[in-house]
Design a protein around this ligand. Structure first.
Ligand code: NAD
Length: 455
């Protein structure tokens, strides 16, 4: 039990104390969720669709409140936080269409009729990180509910506020209180109990690769289904034939969005040697121009880091003798600020190989296409990445060769609720979002019905 002090990272002020539930609370929540899930799954598909639309409408009616909570709890710039709340509404709306579209197959067989059903798994545990709390929670909640499951959500310890509010809004919208339950608590307690509980049929975990491996190992004991969304060290590959001005102007947003606390951050910029110096000349003013400050201001592009401890971790990657090319600015005084920082290290440096999860980017030159691909793939991660080139064939060749789940060409976009999202290699397992997400929360059942020969 106990409480956690929820802190505003831009001011270090206490926002609220939130009670942490214990493992016994999980044990109490699971059977209630199971009972609610059975009632939910028995409802007509149109009723479940309408309930999810009502939940989306409740979110729509509280966009400003949800955004303000995320600004205060996470230090996200207000414009980003509003986008995030709108995204949650859109995710719910998109998957509200699923209950009426979860069609099975009819497969030709001898001697009868063969059909498949997509049965709900039952109770799903969603374990969320602190970097995009409500967005990532919604990626599990919406398709799991749409497929007929109940959901237990464990927000990350420092950032429970929007998730708690989403749970309240779901209940206000008419969803059974036991169908979607928010369980704030410690990862080592509530998270572990969700993983070990025999009646939780699936875990959706988003967080560090280190904890993700532990979740996967724990789930193996029961062959529990898992979706894992883990770390990243994505490459932004700049070829000499691209629009260099645009590539340089957009590179800061590609890595410093959410102060670099983004699993998709393009934290390794790889630049063809022939244009390296020109690119750095263009990148410098773009980095110095990033507006870092009060997240409540509409001009702000980057807010603070989530905590003092996380700032210390990020700072450890930039010691006094670090190869700093140039830096942006950040406020001094209260708040967990860290300026956008550009490093030019060796290829083997830990700033190149480890996920920093802060506003620190490394820039490395490469020689040719083969070198760029080898460098991009020289990481255990494979989540995201960008390719800048005006040569369509090269764009396609490199897109196919980079071992990553989400690539963008001449852009830094990664996430759309209607396209699949997830990682190669140690960046994860399974996919979220996109049209297929509800199927990730079902078991396929095949039923053969014999047809008598007599007529
Ligand atoms: P984290 O792994 O420390 O924690 C994530 C969640 O797991 C939290 O809710 C935490 O309480 C819980 N947890 C901790 N120990 C646990 C245990 N033993 N069993 C079960 N749950 C446990 O990660 P974080 O610091 O909150 O988030 C940052 C990490 O998340 C980064 O590595 C980032 O790349 C990754 N991330 C990935 C994606 C993606 O979609 N691939 C998205 C966002 C963040």
């Amino acid at each position: 039990m106990g409480t956690v002090q929820v802190i505003n990272p831009a001011t270090e002020e206490l926002l609220r104390s939130v009670e942490q539930v214990d493992a016994a609370a999980v044990d109490d929540a699971v059977p209630r969720a199971r009972a609610a899930q059975r009632r939910w799954a028995r409802l007509a598909p149109a009723r479940r669709a309408a309930a999810l639309r009502a939940f989306a409408a409740a979110v729509e009616a509280h966009i400003d409140e949800l955004a303000a909570l995320e600004v205060a709890n996470c230090g996200h710039p207000i414009a980003s936080a509003e986008w995030e709340a709108g995204h949650v509404r859109d995710v719910l709306t998109f998957y509200a269409a699923s209950p009426e579209r979860l069609s099975g197959k009819q497969i030709p067989v001898a001697g009868g009729l063969d059909v498949t059903f997509h049965e709900p798994i039952g109770v799903v545990g969603v374990i969320a990180p602190w970097n995009f709390p409500m967005v990532i929670a919604s990626w599990g909640i919406a398709p799991a509910l749409a497929a007929g499951n109940a959901v237990l959500v464990k927000p990350a310890e420092p950032t429970p506020l929007t998730t708690i509010r989403l749970g309240e809004l779901a209940a206000q919208a008419g969803l059974d209180e036991d169908l979607l339950q928010v369980l704030p608590g410690r990862g080592s307690v509530v998270g572990e109990r969700l993983v070990s509980h025999p009646d939780v049929g699936k875990i959706v975990f988003t967080g560090s690769t280190q904890v993700g491996k532990r979740v996967m190992a724990g789930a193996a004991a029961q062959v529990k289904r898992v979706t894992l969304e883990l770390g990243g060290k994505s490459a932004n590959i700049i070829f000499e034939d691209c629009d260099l001005e645009r590539a340089a102007a957009t590179a800061p947003a590609g890595v410093f969005d959410n102060a670099g606390q983004d699993c998709c951050a393009r934290s390794r910029i790889l630049v063809q040697r022939s244009v390296y110096h020109r690119f750095m000349e263009l990148l410098e003013p773009a980095v110095r121009g990033v507006v870092v400050g009060d997240p409540r201001s509409r001009d702000t592009e980057m807010g603070p880091l989530i905590s003092a401890a996380h700032r210390d971790k990020v700072a450890s990657y930039v010691p006094d003798d670090a190869p700093v090319a140039f830096r942006g600015t950040a406020p001094s005084g209260r708040g967990f600020w860290f300026p956008p920082t550009v490093l030019t290290p060796k290829r083997t440096d830990r700033t190149v190989t480890e996920e920093i999860f802060g506003p620190v980017v490394t820039v490395l030159p490469f020689d040719d296409e083969a070198d760029a691909i080898a460098l991009a793939n020289d990481t255990p991660y494979g989540l995201s990445g960008s390719i800048w080139t005006d040569d369509l064939s090269r764009a396609l060749r490199v897109s196919r060769a980079v071992e990553s789940g989400n690539l963008s060409v001449n852009s830094h976009s990664s996430v759309r609720y209607h396209t699949p999202f997830g990682g190669f290699k140690q960046s994860g397992l399974g996919r979220e979002l996109g049209p297929g997400a509800p199927l990730q929360f079902t078991e396929t059942k095949n039923v053969f019905i014999a047809i008598s020969e007599e007529g």
